[in-house]
Design a protein around this ligand. Sequence first.
Ligand SMILES: [Zn+2]
Length: 280
Amino acid sequence: MGIATRKRREAFFQKNPHCVFCGGGTPATTVEHCPPRAMFQNRHWPEGFEFPSCDNCNHGTADHDLLVSMIARMDPFTEAGDRDGKLNGLMHGVHKQFPGLLQKMLPSAVEARRSNREFGISPDPGQTHQEVGVVNVTDEMREAVCVFARKLAKGTYYLHTQQSFPNEGCLLLKWFTNSDLLLDGRYTTFDLLQHMAGEVPPIQRSGRYLGDQFEYKLSLSPDSDILALQAIFGKAFGLVIFGCTIPGKLEASIERLREQNQNDGPFAVLQSRSLRNQIE
Ligand SMILES: [Zn+2]
């Protein structure tokens, strides 16, 4: 490590002494990139998305980062997800860390034909339905997206408030794949939230626009105790995260929704003191 790099690191940890991913009480020893660098073409990750992290929080999610980076590059319309030619390498990595997963993601010929008919996809000459079909969402993918989403929520919260999201706070996730895009041309979940005020920061590196790969809108209450994060990853998937730093508040609204039997779809619990977490 050169002197300039070491000085930069020292200054970074002086300014950001604690890990932002485990509540703010653990000293930071590493710099975590979230979203992961591999998600971006040529590893041109957006400026400012570097976070102080403890060793556990940084390296404990390497496999999930790999899988999410691969998923985020999937594009049913163009080859845009593989402009840098790195997708194959990511798939090899995923195959090594999650044996059998790629096969599980690939729809059977019958499934592919059925879903392609539903989405109006027709294979080009020489292509099979399976090759152009929508992938199956597996438990491994769900878990990886949950782990990633929890980090992204905490990272963006820190970026906008300079505070760590507390361990007793609650984070809930709803995510969706590009099947909405195929059916409706847009992510319909965002329609419900389009009037919510929030910040949409430019995602870029050295003036290069990266919003085609990652874009988000963060809404925060005036005292930063409630957050709503909406994010899109290329043409691959989107997510909405609701968070509250005060324990019990968000949990109560979810319970109310369930009592009223509103079909608001299932939320994945990323963090909560009282609701059972779907990931640990
Ligand atoms: Zn940590």
